[in-house]
Design a protein around this ligand. Structure first.
Ligand SMILES: Nc1ncnc2c1ncn2[C@@H]1O[C@H](COP(=O)(O)OP(=O)(O)OP(=O)(O)O)[C@@H](O)[C@H]1O
Ligand SMILES: [Mg+2]
Length: 314
């Protein structure tokens, strides 16, 4: 058994979430929010935190500053049991990234300052340590401006060393969905986009067409469809798992939590059906508290939620 189950290579930032804002925001007007939460943000960090809380030995490799937000983020990751010893922390210079989320009733706004995320590069990574894991996960392909040209190389090296791999691109703020991603996907065992991302990457408007096209590139394609659930395709086999109805506080990090649930079961050798079912439960659980990790800090609530939903008929 390798010492590490999963190594996450990616970004670390904090989320500042504002709740209860009016639907339409007026410029130059003092607008009051009803609620606020400062919490661990970023796809890679949320995934690492929640996977570790589920029980996988998890490390994250990243670059951050030594400012106030980096301290909050590292503390949260440590509390979740994530090994942060390979995170490069630089004094001064570019600040740690931050995302301000306006959690509006219908749509949410996500405003991100990339900070050190854009500077994190291949040379920052202790590859011997990264490849000592059983599995490599990378998130936020399009935000990793410096690392992006080397992401294919990292996946190729990981596969050569016998690791399994997963990738969640998340959104492309530039809206370009570059073809360099298509060269990476053959080295990804589990590809985890959401519905909009899958359609944009496959350059089509239909969910099943997107899953067909993408499954020609990656071994297992899992497309997340918000509260509706998720679609999985492996070769010619397709299966749908409906979402779970819950009282939702916000859906921030639901996708990353879903990924954690899926990979946790995948590493234990579960069938795709079981991985998908557990992922839906973990994704839904994350929406019951603020941000992507707050729910997972209450281990009692987590155990009750999982027991309750795992015992229900799908
Ligand atoms: N409101 C909800 N109720 C129940 N389950 C949900 C809800 N929203 C999301 N989920 C679960 O979480 C999964 C991932 O959600 P979503 O499609 O929002 O991913 P995403 O867009 O990648 O999220 P993220 O903002 O974390 O990147 C869904 O497939 C579903 O299982
Ligand atoms: Mg996502």
């Amino acid at each position: 058994m390798p010492h590490l189950n999963v190594c996450v290579i990616g970004e670390i930032n904090c989320d500042l979430i504002l709740y209860g804002l009016p639907k339409n925001l007026e410029p130059e007007k003092e607008t009051l929010a009803e609620g606020f939460r400062l919490t661990l943000g970023s796809s890679s960090a949320i995934f690492a935190h929640n996977l570790s809380v589920l029980g996988a030995r998890t490390a994250i490799i990243s670059r951050i500053s030594d400012d106030a937000l980096s301290k909050v983020a590292l503390e949260r990751l440590r509390e979740g049991g994530v090994d942060v010893s390979a995170v490069k922390q630089l004094r001064g210079g570019t600040p740690t990234g931050v995302t301000v989320i306006l959690a509006q009733p219908v749509q949410r706004y996500l405003l991100t300052y990339l900070g050190t995320i854009a500077e994190f590069c291949y040379e920052d990574i202790d590859r011997d340590y990264a490849f000592s894991a059983q599995h490599l996960h990378i998130s936020s392909f399009f935000l990793q401006r410096a690392l992006r040209p080397q992401i294919g190389r990292l996946f190729r090296e990981a596969k050569k060393k016998g690791l399994t791999t997963s990738l969640d691109t998340n959104d492309d703020p530039a809206g370009q969905w570059g073809n360099d991603l298509l060269d990476v996907l053959p080295f990804v065992d589990v590809f985890l986009p959401n519905e909009c991302e899958a359609k944009a990457i496959a350059r089509c408007n239909e969910l099943s067409e997107a899953s067909q096209k993408l499954s020609k590139l990656s071994r297992i394609v899992v497309i997340k469809c918000g509260e509706e659930g998720a679609l999985l395709r492996e070769g010619r086999e397709e299966q749908w798992c409906p979402g779970i109805r819950v009282e939702t506080v916000d859906a921030v990090g639901a996708g990353d939590s879903f990924n954690a649930g899926f990979i946790y079961r995948f590493l234990a050798g579960a069938s795709c059906e079981k991985c998908l079912r557990f992922a839906n439960i973990v994704g839904a659980f994350s929406t019951t508290r603020e941000g992507g990790t707050e729910a997972f800090r209450d281990s009692g609530a987590m155990k009750r939620f999982f027991a309750d939903h795992l015992n229900r008929k799908p």
